[in-house]
Design a protein around this ligand. Structure first.
Ligand SMILES: *Cc1c(COP(=O)(O)O)cnc(C)c1O
Length: 371
């Protein structure tokens, strides 16, 4: 047995002719940075998500950064977010000179606890930055309602959640803008770095487009100081080829999660995720993450590793606990659920190329350790 947490080799093997053709066509056309393939992929993402605008960038991190920048957020401003996420979410808030304000998570979904946002708002609060962690949307209904009352910008970190819906709208389009990451291990992964902002706000889209290309709208006539953050043609062409398969791959992830749910249902010592899934709100299972109780998490992880089953801890530290934030300004409210989650979570193998028998084998090894 050997079950890596994701299996990009199997994925490539399943679509090799399409990928190879995509790469060759970019080389033949020498459309390496920006250009035709990027524009086509941006249009495909607009169709896929329903966004009016899609701006290809060099990473999900830059998508977050340029969105905050384009929204005019900066020094003195506070941005309310979750401490239970990938580092980039809060890193960009610090980069832009603003202050991250960490509040607790909802223990059922691992997402920002929307009911704790209002008490964290001050006269300096400018934005809310929810993360749709593991591929399940945060409580956007409540977040949008608070944002409207206090006139706050909402940036959705949808880097793990392409294909996820809340109230029948694609994530990223409920607030002012949303970010996608095409990091290779994401549900739609490139063969290198890539990211995108999706939005329905024309002015914001125009500003992000200008910032990504040295503040230029016309080549060699920069209008403001920007950065270089563009999507490569080769990555865009690969992503176009893969996007065609995303609905089927997402369905397979959901199926795999159902198998885990069913086969782990009676296992003592763990707590399965408790998501509310309806016909208006799905889960795209970027990760299948459970809690291991009674301090057994690291032992179970070791046991699985000994049986060549890949797992990960997303995330072993809360962001305010990282060394990076020792010397950086932040505000922290109660974060006890978030800190508890860091000690309990374990993500199991999850990708579109697992069969029921694979999940049975993995669950069997979990049973051995915990029973
Ligand atoms: C991957 C990820 C990012 C950053 O995306 P990159 O493309 O790796 O820069 C940001 N936020 C979350 C939640 C992510 O999972």
């Amino acid at each position: 047995m050997n079950y890596p947490i994701i299996d990009l080799k199997k994925e490539y093997a399943s679509i090799k002719p399409d990928i190879d053709k995509a790469i060759t066509s970019v080389i033949s056309e020498t459309a390496f940075v920006g250009g035709k393939f990027v524009e086509e992929f941006e249009d495909e993402i607009k169709n896929f998500t329903g966004a009016s605008y899609a701006i290809g960038l060099n990473s999900g991190t830059d998508a977050l950064y340029l969105s905050l920048w384009a929204a005019g957020i900066g020094p003195g401003d506070e941005v309310i977010t979750t401490p239970f996420t990938f580092f980039a979410t809060a890193e960009v808030i610090a980069h832009i000179g603003a202050t991250p304000v960490f509040i607790d998570i909802d223990p059922d979904t691992f997402n920002i606890d929307a009911s704790q946002i209002e008490q964290a708002i001050t006269k300096n609060t400018k934005a809310i930055l929810p993360v749709h962690l593991y591929g399940y949307a945060a409580n956007m209904t409540e977040i949008i309602s608070i944002a409207q009352s206090y006139n706050l910008f909402v940036l959705e970190d949808a880097c793990q959640a392409i294909g996820a819906y809340h109230d029948s709208a694609h994530v990223g389009l409920l607030g002012n803008a949303g970010t996608l990451s095409f990091y290779p291990s994401k549900n739609l992964g490139a063969y290198g770095d890539g990211g995108m902002v999706i939005t329905n706000d024309e002015k914001l889209a125009r500003e992000i487009r200008r910032l990504r290309n040295h503040g230029q709208t016309k080549k060699y006539f920069p209008e403001k100081i920007g950065v270089s953050s563009r999507l490569d043609g080769i990555q865009a062409a690969i992503l176009s080829a893969k996007l065609k398969h995303l609905p089927e791959w997402t369905a397979k992830r959901i199926q795999t999660a159902t198998w885990y749910d069913e086969l782990l249902n009676n296992q003592d010592g763990i707590k399965l995720p408790a998501y509310q899934i309806t016909d208006r709100k799905n889960h795209v299972y970027h990760q299948y993450t459970l809690r291991v109780l009674d301090g057994m998490r690291d032992k179970l992880q070791k046991h699985l590793e000994n049986h060549r089953i890949g797992t990960m801890i997303y995330y072993p530290q809360n962001l305010h606990q990282t060394k990076a934030f020792e010397t950086v300004n932040f505000v922290k409210h109660t974060t006890s659920e978030s800190e508890k989650a860091s000690l309990e979570v374990l993500s199991l193998p999850m990708h579109p190329f697992l069969e029921r028998s694979d999940v049975e084998n993995i669950v069997g090894i979990i049973n051995d350790c915990l029973n």
